[in-house]
Design a protein around this ligand. Structure first.
Ligand code: NAP
Length: 484
């Protein structure tokens, strides 16, 4: 059961849970780093190769099922997740430290994603527009690509694998999944749900292990046909290059440096709530769509900043399993160190630390949320992805400057504006150089029926994830002409 710790995570290859020949890696609780949450058998390059072989061998038979039949396995896997809902949410909290409410939301999202793609599968497979000729019928057909390599990060450790597996499987591909090394146990639970659903051997394979061996083997193996990666730009740019060089279809969704613009018409309390919900609470800033820059009109900057600092100081930092907690620990010691490093960088660049930015004097990877004022848009603090609760407040003179600052970063994932002016809202939607744009919403949080992906360094911009469009990535489209 998921609530027994430590969890033991093996490899799932060709329908069997097996041990690796390599070392065992331990995952510790971010709240109490001496406590072991999971031990996993780190797969080797050879293990990854066995998983690919199994997936390739299973592909024809899986593709020969109807999409309705494939979708039925997704429904059953969703039911299996639902039957262990509370244990899964708790495991996620213990493995990577997000707050319980966020972990429950993500668990529900994984269930919903599998059910959604199971339903989309009933109504997916091609179009049949009318032909120009009476004697001819025309239609398109969707066909699977083959075996999909799925490589995922730790911050959404069950939702991201689910939003890749769902469309890949209903399109008729088999999959090999490599979870992040920080979160193998929750990834294994998703795979276990497919096992319980009776998915045919070899259709789903799971190999935890290091990115540079297992991940690289999945990307560069002759057996995989398509690669879907979510993670940092530093890794993703190499994955994209390596996969593309081999002629594979590849999709990389990567980091963000997401702005929330607050204009002079905005309800400032709402703007504060959106900033905290988007960049601080729940995940401690560890979301690709997290708000990390607030771009505020100068006439309201002082008032907004005062209210933001006061609200942040009122947050409860503590045990993420406690429903009263607003901010839990960082997922790992190195994530905490990175936040502290950026606090130093901000200081040394001349930004003013208004609150937080300190390691808490308690067990666990806890840092107090940091708000910086006097931030210049060119500072590293305002340009680089921190991936923690470190918010830069940047003051601007007018709307044009706000848009310029919002866009002037290498990333382009999500951007938000808090405003009561329709002209500002519409102009911002028009001019934001991002894949997602939000009005009076947090920069984070998306709906699964909508396409998701970024621009610039946030994405390979090859295909979108989520929504019906996600299936396009995992399938060929064939145009068929039949004349009687
Ligand atoms: P990461 O370090 O890039 O790792 C992502 C995945 O790639 C992990 O499974 C990792 O394995 C694997 N990997 C590492 N080196 C590899 C290699 N040479 N070849 C193939 N795979 C390799 O990212 P992370 O720290 O897990 O996640 C945080 C990042 O993900 C942030 O930048 C965040 O913005 C981004 N993210 C983006 C989205 C989005 O949809 N745009 C969503 C969530 C997160 P190991 O764990 O074993 O190193």
């Amino acid at each position: 059961m998921a609530s027994d710790f430590p969890q033991r995570t093996g490899l799932y290859v060709d329908g069997e849970w097996i041990e690796s020949t390599d070392e065992t890696i331990t995952v510790t609780d971010p709240r109490a780093p001496d406590e072991v949450v999971a031990e996993f058998a780190a797969g080797t390059r050879e293990d990854a190769g066995l998983a690919v072989d199994a997936a390739v061998a299973a592909q024809d038979e899986w593709a020969s099922l109807t999409s309705h039949e494939r979708g039925a396995y997704l429904h059953d896997a969703a039911d299996a997740l639902e039957s262990r809902f509370d244990e899964l949410a708790e495991l996620m909290v213990r493995e990577m430290g997000k707050c319980l409410g966020a972990a429950e939301g993500e668990t529900q999202r994984a269930i919903d994603l599998l059910n959604y793609y199971a339903e989309v599968a009933r109504d997916y497979g091609g179009d049949a527009p009318p032909s120009a000729s009476d004697a001819t019928s025309i239609r398109t057909r969707r066909e699977p690509l083959g075996t999909a390599a799925l490589i995922t990060p730790w911050n959404y450790p069950i939702a991201i694998p689910a939003w890749k597996m769902g469309p890949a499987l209903v399109a008729g591909n088999t999959v090999v999944l490599k979870p992040a090394s920080l979160t193998p146990a929750i990834g294994a639970e998703l795979v276990r749900a497919f096992d319980e659903a009776g998915i045919p051997d070899g259709v789903v394979n799971f190999v935890p292990g290091s990115g540079s061996t297992v991940g690289d083997e999945f990307v560069t193996s002759e057996g995989t046909d398509v690669v879907s990666f979510t993670g940092s730009y530093a890794v993703g740019k190499h994955v994209q290059r390596d996969a593309a060089e081999m002629g594979k279809r590849v999709q990389c969704e990567m980091g963000g440096k997401n702005p929330l613009v607050v204009d002079a018409s905005a309800d400032l309390d709402r703007a504060v709530d959106l900033t905290i919900a988007g960049g601080v609470s729940g995940l401690a800033g560890q979301a690709c769509t997290a708000t990390s820059r607030v771009v505020v009109f100068e006439e309201v900057a002082e008032e907004f900043t005062e209210r933001l600092v006061s609200a942040v100081e009122d947050l409860t930092i503590g045990d993420p399993l406690d429903p009263e907690t607003d901010v839990g620990p960082k997922a790992s010691g190195s994530n905490l160190e990175k936040d502290l490093e950026y606090v130093e960088i901000g200081d040394s660049e001349g930004a003013t630390l208004l609150t937080g930015g300190e390691r808490l004097d308690r067990e666990g990877h806890y840092v107090s949320p940091a708000i910086f004022g006097d931030v210049d848009p060119d500072m590293r603090l305002a340009q680089e992805e921190v991936f923690g609760p470190v918010i830069s407040v940047i003051s601007v003179e007018d709307f044009d400057e706000a848009v310029d600052v919002a866009n002037d970063v290498e990333y382009g994932l999500s951007a938000g504006i808090c405003t009561n002016r329709l002209d500002h809202a519409e102009a911002f939607i028009d001019r934001a150089e991002t894949g997602v744009v939000k009005v009076n919403q947090t920069t984070g949080g998306v709906e699964m029926q909508m396409p998701f992906g970024g621009r610039k360094h946030s994405s390979s911009e090859t295909y979108k994830e989520q929504g019906r469009q996600a299936i396009d990535f995992y399938s060929h489209e064939k145009a068929v002409y039949v004349t009687r």
